[in-house]
Structure formats: C-alpha cells, structure tokens
Write a protein that binds this ligand. Structure first.
Ligand code: GYE
Length: 311
C-alpha cells in the first residue's frame, strides 16, 4: 500500500518528462546533498533527469543550458553560480518555450526569464547569524573575521548584508577582515590562516563568520593549527547546518549554524506540476526556512538525522 500511496502521491504531470539540471559543482557538503536530493526527487516522480556539473564555471552552465535547449528538454533547473550574465541564455530558453526554475541562488535578470526561484532568504540567514553573535558577546569588544562565499553570488552578497545589518549599532562588534573562501573547506582554511597571521596570531580575533559550514570547518582547522581553541578563543558561526558542523559542535569547536534545506528540487518540481496542470504560473519566489542551531540543540542527534538525508 505504501508503495502505491507514494507513487500515487507523485502521479503528477512530471512522470516521463525530461528535465535538465545545470548544477554548479560539488564545492560543499550542502551542494552535494542538494544534488543527491534532486536525483532522489526526480526518481520518485518518474522524471528523466539530465544532470550537468559545471565545476563552478558559469560558461559550463551556459553550455549545459544550451545543450538542454538543443535536446528539447521539457524544463530546466539551474543553480546560478553568480548573479549576472544570464539574460542571453535564459532568453534562448524562453524563446524555445522551456520553463526555467532557479535553485538556491538568484540572478540579476528580468523575472520573466524564469518561471520561479526556490531559495532561502539569504539576507535573513546573515541576520540570524549576526543576531546570535550580538546576543552572545553582549557589549564585549569583538573583532570578527568573515569568510565570504563565491564572489558575485547572491548568497555571498546577501549573507554579508544581513550580518552587517545585525551588528549595526553595536560598535563593540567589528568586521576587521573579510575575504572570499569560495564556499570550500580548503580555501576557507587557507584564508583563515592568512587572517590569523595578519591578526597577531589570532589573539584579537573574537569570532569567525563563514558564509557556509564548509569554510567554517576549514577555518576551524586553521584556528587549531595556530594553537587556539575554536568555539572558545574564537567563536564560530556559519550557515548550511551540514552534518560536519554538528560534529564540530559536539567537540565544542563550533557555536552556531543557520539551516539551509538541500531539498530545493521538491518545491521546484511541485511548482512545475502546478504550472503544467493548471497553466497558472506559480509564485515567483518560493522561500525555504532558515533555523538557528546551537550546541543546545542536541548536535549529535541532529548529526545522526542529517546523515540519513543525502549528505
Ligand atoms: O550555502 C553553500 C553552497 O547557494 C546557498 O552554495 C547556496 C550555497 C551554500 O556552496 O554551501
């Protein structure tokens, strides 16, 4: 019965459709999870998913999208690595009458060039992270170093904006260094090593704010290599809520993360189904939840639960 129910739940207009997915790459644990969840969601719905990994290069994404158009796919999902440079190729998809859905990042293109966007409110994510730091440090002096995401991506732009909004008016809290770690562990570690060197061995660094957990995990290693205690000497706050940040919390090495669901494809496929069955365009922006987690939220249990979710 369960099998029947589950297939009935997805006996929608997507069955048998061919959908192209231009994925950025696998730069982070979260990105890898988004890919596996998207493939699971497509499988469940009987969708023929054409997957293209762009190794974080926009030109590869544009090539993949052109390939999907040439193949005459029924729809295209794209996670846009940066926010600019999409007008031409999205215009080609529109001319070919192929609906495009954006996942987890936005574009600076006119909204009629895509059917809908499924993403978190990334300004809010930065705000939640900054509010946590404000609450935690009170009026104590706190020099913050910031590991930014990919330059020109909406999460990097917006998470910076939200964090700065949160600390505005709290002059004791200052971002003293800020540089991109491109959302990867290795770059996050390398940039944090540079921050520590430049900041007198890291002694006057009170907190590290990373736009994703993977850069935070890399930064944690750099803090330990410098003989400092992450989570204590240097507070660690980031975004994504991937399993490994909960492992760091269990070890007392991370303090807060803002959750980002890897399931952007579910709402995207539902929007497509609604569009194809009702001919009504879905809402333009589908916003996923952002929840703060700290070591008070049973990190071991959260780690175990998340491990089963495609990470
Ligand atoms: O936070 C990070 C990934 O686009 C919001 O991209 C996403 C971000 C996510 O590299 O882990």
């Amino acid at each position: 019965v369960a099998a029947l129910l589950s297939s009935a739940a997805y006996a929608d207009s997507l069955k048998g459709k061919t959908i192209g997915f231009s994925q950025i790459g696998s730069e982070s644990g979260w990105r890898a999870a988004e890919t596996s969840v998207t493939k699971q969601q497509a499988e469940k719905r009987g969708i023929n998913l054409k997957f293209a990994d762009a190794q974080q290069k926009q030109e590869n994404q544009i090539k993949a999208i052109r390939g999907f158009i040439a193949q005459g796919v029924d729809a295209i999902l794209v996670a846009p690595v940066v926010s600019t440079g999409w007008d031409a190729v999205l215009g080609e998809a529109k001319d070919a009458k192929i609906p495009v859905i954006l996942l987890d990042r936005g574009v600076d293109a006119s909204q009629d060039l895509y059917l809908t966007s499924v993403a978190s409110d990334q300004v809010k994510e930065g705000k939640v992270a900054g509010d946590w730091l404000v609450k935690t440090v009170g009026d104590k002096k706190c020099n913050v170093v910031e590991l930014q995401g990919t330059v020109g991506s909406t999460p990097a732009i917006n998470r910076k904006k939200g964090f700065e909004e949160a600390i505005k008016g709290h002059d004791n809290i200052k971002i003293v260094r800020s540089q991109t770690g491109d959302f990867t562990r290795s770059k996050g570690k390398e940039v944090m090593e540079g921050f520590i060197k430049a900041e007198d061995g890291g002694k006057n660094i009170c907190a590290m704010y990373a736009h994703n957990d993977d850069m935070a995990v890399g930064g944690i290693q750099a803090i330990k290599d410098a003989g400092l205690k992450p989570g204590k000497d240097v507070l660690v706050v980031s975004v994504d809520a991937v399993p490994d940040i909960f492992k760091a919390m269990v070890a007392g090495e991370a303090n807060a993360t803002v959750e980002l669901t890897p399931n952007m494809a579910g709402p995207a496929f539902d929007a497509l189904d609604a569009y194809w069955t009702s001919k009504k365009a879905p809402e333009k922006f589908i916003i996923t939840e952002s929840k703060l987690y700290t070591p008070n939220d049973n990190p071991q249990k959260v780690y175990d639960e998340k491990k089963g979710l495609g990470y």
